[in-house]
Design a protein around this ligand. Structure first.
Ligand SMILES: NC(=O)C1=CN([C@@H]2O[C@H](COP(=O)(O)OP(=O)(O)OC[C@H]3O[C@@H](n4cnc5c(N)ncnc54)[C@H](O)[C@@H]3O)[C@@H](O)[C@H]2O)C=CC1
Ligand SMILES: O=C(O)C1=NCCCC1
Length: 308
């Protein structure tokens, strides 16, 4: 029996860069909103005993010969192992034969941040100077790296529920650890919420006019990271309307109107930010096609490095 090829997290890390991944995620978002992707809203099974969740994320993009599914677990209470674990199974889209399994942990960390970088590029005011990270885990780190690929921030602020973790991250990034979320976001041009909180942690009155927010946590219909008033006040962009209306407590509970998918902005079907003073908010949930096209990029990079 021939064993299926497996690409490990360290192999992914060796070849994947934000310089390559950000344009690939721009393509993924555009193809998704241009209806070039077949993809149901993900199925999620709650694992009540451990407070975890297991998600199934299939997608097909025939133009790119990509047929894949990510299997992802999210166990926010994990302490000694990562809270997010995943594999991406790639099939041959022409004949349906499974070809390779790619570790999904690094891809999930990097592609989520790369997607936020794309949203920021299309929605943020020019030359953002101050970045605020609310949360100090895996996504806080990857968001700093992805956004720093596009912008030279003059100041980076970190707030986290666990003071020690926020201080460690702030010192890694040469940034400032803040005692409160309010202190962290004061006058920030770009705000990233990357926590496992189930209740709002970011309030409308703290956010400066013209700021851009990437809201990345709260992926359950009864979870929130953002004050509902801020949801309604902001110009709201999403990765997928269907997913936002099914999975996002921030969108569902606030009843905020969705302005557009970021892919529609990329395609020029929506103009994005209208004024320098409005607050733009990107609600990210994560799309299967982002994983499929990230895994394809990794496979292509590995096969070109093997053949050279
Ligand atoms: N939109 C997307 O595509 C994706 C979203 N996510 C979400 O992003 C968030 C962050 O993920 P990771 O950094 O990988 O997780 P992580 O486990 O590495 O970090 C979670 C952070 O949230 C903080 N936290 C937990 N409960 C909190 C609370 N009640 N209030 C404030 N802070 C709290 C923790 O202290 C930690 O700093 C999670 O909600 C995760 O599900 C993760 C992957 C993809
Ligand atoms: O897209 C993903 O991958 C995830 N999104 C929400 C939280 C779990 C992982």
């Amino acid at each position: 029996m021939e064993l299926m090829k497996f690409i490990s997290a360290s192999q992914v890390k060796n070849v994947l860069t934000f310089e390559l991944l950000i344009p690939q995620m721009e393509k993924a978002l555009a193809k998704f909103s241009d209806k070039k992707v077949v993809q149901p809203v993900r199925s999620v099974i709650p694992v009540k005993e451990s407070g975890g969740f297991f998600g199934l994320m299939p997608s097909l993009c025939s133009e790119d010969n990509v047929l894949a599914t990510k299997l992802v677990s999210f166990y926010p209470n994990n302490k000694d192992v990562p809270t997010h674990n995943a594999v991406i199974a790639m099939f041959n889209a022409s004949n349906g034969v499974p070809e390779v399994i790619v570790d999904g942990e690094v891809i999930t960390a990097m592609r989520t941040a790369a997607v936020s970088a794309v949203a920021t590029k299309f929605l943020c005011n020019k030359n953002p100077k101050v970045l605020a990270l609310l949360g100090s885990g895996v996504q806080a780190r990857s968001h700093y790296q992805a956004l720093s690929t596009l912008y030279a921030f003059e100041e980076v602020r970190v707030w986290g529920r666990t003071k020690n973790n926020a201080e460690t991250l702030a010192s890694e990034l040469n940034g400032i650890a803040c005692q409160t979320a309010e202190e962290a976001v004061k006058d920030a041009d770009v705000i990233v919420t990357v926590t496992s909180s189930t209740i709002p942690i970011l309030k409308k009155e703290w956010v400066k006019p013209g700021a851009h927010i990437n809201a990345v946590g709260a992926c359950r219909p009864d979870w929130q990271e953002i004050d509902p008033e801020l949801m309604r006040f902001s110009s709201l962009f999403v990765d997928s309307r269907d997913a936002a209306l099914t999975e996002s407590g921030d969108v569902i509970l606030s009843k905020a109107d969705i302005e557009a998918e970021v892919g529609e902005v990329i395609l020029g079907k929506n103009g994005g930010r209208k004024t320098a003073t409005e607050v733009t908010l990107f609600k990210s949930l994560g799309l299967a096609i982002e994983d499929a096209l990230s895994a394809k990029l990794v496979c292509d990079l590995l096969s070109s490095s093997n053949s050279s």
